[in-house]
Ligand binder design. Sequence first.
Ligand SMILES: [Fe+2]
Ligand SMILES: [Fe+2]
Length: 408
Amino acid sequence: MKSSPTPPLDRIDIDTNRTLLNRYRFVEHESLRILAGWLPKAAVLELKCEMSRALWEDAQHVNALYLRLREIQSPAFQKPADAALVKMMAELVHAPDEFGLLLALNNAITPSLIRALESHETATFPNSDMPSVHAIKHILLDQREQRTRLAALLQQAEKAGKITAAARQWEGYIAALLAAAGGVNGLEPRPEKPIAIPACRTEFKLPHEASRDERFTNCGADFQTMPNEDDYENHTVEEFERYSTEILAAETVAIVLYSLPGMPWEFQLDSTRHLYDEVRHGLMGYEWMRRHNMNPFDSPQYLQVFKWRCQFPPVMQYCMLTMGNEVNAFPYRHRRVEAHQKSGDQLSEQFVRYDIADETQHVRFGKRWLPELIKHIGDERPLEKYIEDSLEVWETQYRSGKLPINVE
Ligand SMILES: [Fe+2]
Ligand SMILES: [Fe+2]
């Protein structure tokens, strides 16, 4: 048989493939970390919830790309060689406000990522590179939906007069930096005109306070004494009002996640889930109140809890949350399941049982990661001593309900 000449390569070759997959991974990875850093600052509840969901979904994408990248390069995660792309993502965090950040993300970065994934999906070898195609198809599904959901929220913000000229200017700046990087895949023509840094650029500082929108009127309330558990009706109302405040825990995990970029990827992945779970627990409280004809925005928000935790180093915050708040909640939660079963309140029972499932994971995360975290920050104390010292602060200041703010 006569051999025919080698056909020209019309597909993405494997070296280009890993460079591209690493670029998508980098953009999603940096985006999720920036969303975490900004989470406490975002005041509008729906926006905060969407940011949490988006960053958790982004983490699923980073993980899918991680699993593929580790098969074709080592280490799996690499800083892209393209300085323009690295600069664009490094600048993104310095937005003037959350709307500027989200406009830049939704109108510049996400559409470019979607375009890149769409072309990658068909340009790679369909059989040889099927694992990448599979990941890309699923990422596209999420990213398209994320874009639609966020666009609707940004439109509402526009109508409410919350989008300033500065936010628009920021969107334009990030779009220009992205164009200079040739888009997310780096393959688009790169304009060579200089890019001026806009006056609205605001050096990012990690928030020490959590924002809530104007619908919340009771933000810094004193902890109320809960009605006795025997008083089933009244206690249950308070129980679900308290769930609505768990967004504070999400905001603490967000600070921890943002502050420790050098921790292993699996820690970051677990933390995005932890964070989003707490938002969902908050939403569970809202749903319960709405179903019981209560206005969830009347519920006290206890923002001093977040402010109090922020006085301490991130690892200590994580330790107090997982080994203090979360470990100790189980006997109470199990009593509540029993009480709801006894009274035939199926909704409350289901909500608490799902919560217990999530919280069991959070304690596992704490137990898995605290030894690594303590090593990571170079604390010399043995694990048990570190936990003991952290819990002493938690017992004397938090559990006593005093919540002092020692350092502003
Ligand atoms: Fe929770
Ligand atoms: Fe939790």
